[in-house]
Each structure stands twice: as structure tokens, then as C-alpha cells.
Design a protein around this ligand. Structure first.
Ligand code: SF4
Ligand code: SF4
Length: 517
């Protein structure tokens, strides 16, 4: 079954706005600003009162976090049990429904509002901590060897390799349609989290290896929330660095961040340790202008640039594999090269090509921009600086794509939760499209409007990133950045085109009528 694509009307609006924004950039006309409005607990504004109340509740009541962790751990254990013991029909088993229809789609949407909040209640990390570093009231045990991670591991490369591997398993091996394989993958992730915590100090798995955490981290550069010092001077004068070192009562920052020097959300797991450990009560969650980091404050690094670029390519690749032409094209290609069975060779070649083409194009446009500007800027420096444009392009498409999946494919999820193992039911044939449409949380037109707005938002942010980052390095923008601008137009145009096509469902319809065996 497929979902309808974005109507032409909305496609034309998005395209029109993209062209106007591009023109404004080329002509060097000022773009609309996003108002920066940092909210401090000391200066409560009425419109942020709910946010401040939530922050205060979390700061004062650690048990709220513990309850949330207990809920996610329970759900996670249910996923493993149902995946191993329940029906192999993916749309009838809570393991596949919860992981691929609800969690993965909802996780990306949650970053838009809450940044890396998921990591604060992540069941992999919670289970690892309970096993390796359990806390029983005032008693704190530590069964970790506390080794220093080797130098080769201390970068984003391990997470990048894991991310590509997971994409291969998800889309090539078809884990999304197998409850058993979904449960095994969940187990592997928790075993890795436990092993890394048992071997290394702090949270090496979260910091260097977890592809979910790093994806959340990079996208969180665009989030409207951050954990930062309330007063920078207090941090500048601090000699004890409790946020980094921890205290008797509170653990050190798991990803070794020093609050006073923090400029980006990339490695913050929103654990709240620094909020608790700061003796001056100087650290808090606060609201900010979304995308501020990607536009300006995040620092460019070579390994991180590659993660952002691959994130863009794999996000597009996810969309491609859900187009109707993909299956047919893959089979045709497999016939030509003599591939059979699960067509893994053909799929792997498709995956590699889908990464190589955009990456090569990006490298080419960066070099062209460098030559056009006639400035003495190193290729590597320009490559790592301008790559931030890929974040809003990937995030907006990811959100628009996942919104469609989540709203349409979670219809009927309650049936699956009532019978998590899917016992005594069979797949009863073709899903009722009308039933899905009438039971959706948002109307079809609202989904289309939100998708269009997201695509415009992503392109607008990408334009702002390009304008600001190129101005810093090339001193002038306008026509000089035309190659990168064309790259952005091509990527967003391609994403828009994919959104306008019918999209294949991730695991199948849930709202079929169960048939008793
Ligand atoms: S980085 Fe990964 S393992 Fe760590 S808390 Fe986040 S999602 Fe969980
Ligand atoms: S201690 Fe603070 S800076 Fe470090 S990961 Fe936790 S919330 Fe983020």
C-alpha cells in the first residue's frame, strides 16, 4: 500500500519560495531574521511560563526522570520479548510497530521541539548504567574498568560507520519487516552500550559510537532548546568545574563537556548532570532561536562534516527506497549483474552510489565556490564550514517524510498494543484506505501544509547558513556562492519531488480487522 504524495499546488508554492529566497541571496538582499530570545529562569516571561515550570519541575524532582526511564525500559523489554516470542507478521507485532512506526518516526519529530531529550531517557544507556554503575540510594557502585578510549575511537567516525551499517540492515536486510530481527538489533545495541560502559570511562558509547545519539546531536543544532550557563561570567571564573568533574552526589558530564565553553548541542545528551552539579545553580535548559548553532556558533570539524554529509545522503536514500520505482529498478539492475536472493549486492551498490553522487557533487561545488571567490581559502576549511547547509536540508525532509509515516501508519496502533505478541490474528488482506484516512490524528490537508512549511523552513535555514558561513570565510557572498546554492536547490528540489510521489508504507497497514484463527 502507498500513501498519496504532496499535491502539485503545495509543490509549486514550496518551489516558488525556494526560488525567491535564492534570488534574495544572490542579490545580497537582507533575509528575514529569526529573533534570538534566550530565556533565563530569573527573567520569566509570561509566554514561556510553561517551559520555565517544566524546567523547574525537572530540576527539583529527579524522580520524574526516573519514572520516564522506567517507562522506556519497560517498553524496550516488551519490544524484545514480543519480537522474539510473538508473531512474525510485522504489522501485528508490537516490536516492529513500536520501533519503526512510532519510535523512529517520532524521535526525529521530538528533536524539533526538545533537542536531544530522548538521550536523557534512552533505555540502552539506562540499562547499561543499571548494570555497570548501579545506584542504590546513597550507595554508588562502579564495575567499569574506566579505561581511556583509544585515540582512533575519539571521533565521530565510529558512529558514522555504525550509521551506514544500520541503514544497510534496516533497508537492505529488511529488519523493519522482521519482529525477530528488530528484537535482536535492540539487544545488540544494549549489549554494546553495556560493554562500552564496562570497559571505558564516562559514556564512550554515547559519545563516539551510538548512531542514534549522534544523529540526534547533529539535528539538535537546529533545536529551539539548549542547556547552557545562565551567566557566562560565573562559568569563566569557575575553578572547580563540577559540570565536567561531577560531585560526590552527581556524575560527571558523560560526554566530557565543559559548560562554560559549550557552543553546540552535538554531544550533549540532555542528561541534566551539569544542571544538578553546578554549585552556583548556573546551568539550565533555555529556549533559543532555532538553528542558531548551524548558522553560526557550531565549529566546523572534518569528521563531523562527513557525518552531516552522510546524514543528508542517507536521509535522501531512505526516501528513494520508499518510491515505487525503487523495487523495480533494483530487480532490473540485479538481473543485469546476476544478483539473486535478497539482492544484497545490488542494494549495497545502490547505497554506495547514493552516498557517492551527492558527496562528489558537494566537493565539486565547494571547489567551484573557492575558485569563484578568488580568496585564499583552503578547500578543507570551506568544505567543513559550508557543510552545515546539509543539516536543515536533511532535517526538514526527514521531518516531512516521517510526519507522513507516523500520522498515517500509527492508525490502529492501539490494537497492536492490546495484543502485543499478535497472537491469534492473521493479516486479513488489503488495508482499508478510507479507514486509515478517517482515523488519522491530523487531516490529510494539515499533513500536506505542514510538509510544505517544513520544506520551506529547511531551505530558508540553509540559505541563512550559507550566507553567514560564506560571509565569514569569503568576505562576500552573492554570485560567489552560486555553485553551493545550486547544490541546495537540487537537493531540496529532489526531496520535494520525492514528497510529491506516492510513498510505500514502512511496514504495512495496522488497522486491518483481526481474524481469529
Ligand atoms: S547516545 Fe545513544 S545510547 Fe546514548 S543516550 Fe543517546 S540514544 Fe542512548
Ligand atoms: S552533563 Fe550537561 S552538558 Fe554534559 S551531556 Fe549532560 S546535560 Fe549535556
Amino acid at each position: 500500500m502507498t500513501h498519496p504524495g504532496l499535491p502539485e499546488f503545495w509543490g509549486m508554492i514550496v518551489l516558488g519560495v525556494m526560488l525567491v529566497l535564492s534570488l534574495l541571496l544572490v542579490l545580497n538582499i537582507k533575509l528575514p531574521e529569526i529573533k534570538t530570545n534566550k530565556v533565563k529562569t530569573s527573567k520569566v516571561k509570561n509566554n514561556y511560563r510553561i517551559f520555565i515550570l517544566l524546567v523547574s519541575a525537572f530540576k527539583q524532582n529527579r524522580w520524574i526522570l526516573m519514572i520516564l526511564k522506567l517507562i522506556t525500559v519497560t517498553m524496550f523489554l516488551l519490544v524484545i520479548y514480543a519480537g522474539l516470542m510473538g508473531t512474525p507478521i510485522p504489522e501485528r507485532n508490537v516490536a516492529t510497530v513500536m520501533i519503526w512506526n512510532i519510535w523512529w518516526a517520532g524521535l526525529i519529530i521530538s528533536i524539533f521541539f526538545l533537542g536531544s531529550a530522548w538521550c536523557a531517557i534512552c533505555p540502552w544507556d539506562t540499562l547499561a548504567s543499571w548494570h555497570v554503575k548501579p545506584k542504590l540510594w546513597l550507595l554508588k557502585l562502579n564495575n567499569s574498568l574506566e579505561l581511556t578510549p583509544p585515540k582512533w575511537m575519539r571521533s565521530v567516525w565510529p558512529a558514522l560507520i555504525m550509521f551506514i551499517g544500520l541503514t544497510w540492515l534496516e533497508l537492505g536486510y529488511g529488519i523493519t519487516t522482521s519482529p525477530y530481527a528488530t528484537a535482536l538489533l535492540s539487544l545488540v545495541m544494549v549489549l554494546m552500550a553495556v560493554s562500552f560502559m564496562a570497559l571505558y570511562k564516562n559514556k564512550a558509547f554515547c559519545h563516539y559510537v551510538c548512531p542514534v545519539g549522534r544523529t540526534i546531536g547533529f539535528y539538535s543544532q537546529l533545536a529551539p532548546v539548549e542547556i547552557r550557563p545562565l551567566n557566562q561570567n560565573t562559568c569563566d571564573e569557575c575553578k572547580t568545574l563540577e559540570c565536567f568533574n561531577g560531585t560526590d552526589r552527581v556524575d560527571a558530564c558523560p560526554t566530557q563537556l565543559v559548560m562554560g565553553r559549550l557552543t553546540q548541542n552535538t554531544y550533549c545528551t540532555s542528561c541534566g548532570n551539569c544542571v544538578q552539579s553546578c554549585p552556583d545553580n548556573n546551568v539550565s535548559w533555555r529556549l533559543r532561536a532555532p538553528s542558531q548553532e548551524a548558522i553560526e556558533s557550531a565549529r566546523p570539524h572534518w569528521d563531523e562534516a562527513w557525518f552531516m554529509l552522510v546524514l543528508l545522503t542517507l536521509t535522501s536514500f531512505h526516501g528513494i527506497t520508499m518510491m515505487e520505482f525503487w523495487e523495480e529498478g533494483l530487480r532490473g539492475f540485479a538481473q543485469v549483474i546476476g544478483d539473486s536472493g535478497q539482492l544484497l549486492v545490488s542494494f549495497t551498490m545502490g547505497l554506495i552510489l547514493s552516498m557517492l553522487i551527492p558527496v562528489s557533487l558537494y566537493a565539486l561545488v565547494v571547489e567551484l565556490t573557492r575558485r569563484l571567490s578568488k580568496q585564499k581559502v583552503e578547500f578543507k576549511k570551506l568544505f567543513t564550514s559550508l557543510v552545515f547547509v546539509s543539516l536543515p536540508l536533511a532535517f526538514s525532509y526527514h521531518l516531512a517524510h516521517n510526519l507522513n509515516h507516523m500520522i498515517r501508519e500509527s492508525v490502529g496502533a492501539s490494537q497492536v498494543f492490546l495484543n502485543p505478541l499478535g497472537t491469534s490474528v492473521t493479516y486479513s488482506g488489503v488495508a482499508d484506505e478510507l479507514l486509515i484516512k478517517n482515523s488519522m490524528l491530523l487531516s490529510e490537508n494539515t499533513i500536506f501544509a505542514l510538509q510544505a512549511l517544513l520544506m520551506i523552513f529547511g531551505f530558508w535555514i540553509a540559505i541563512k547558513v550559507l550566507k553567514r558561513r560564506s560571509a565569514l570565510l569569503l568576505s562576500q557572498t552573492g554570485l560567489n556562492v552560486l555553485p553551493v546554492l545550486l547544490f541546495m536547490l537540487a537537493v531540496n528540489g529532489f526531496h520535494l519531488w520525492m514528497l510529491m510521489q506516492p510513498m510505500v508504507m514502512r511496514i504495512g497497514a495496522l488497522c486491518v480487522v483481526p481474524t481469529a484463527l
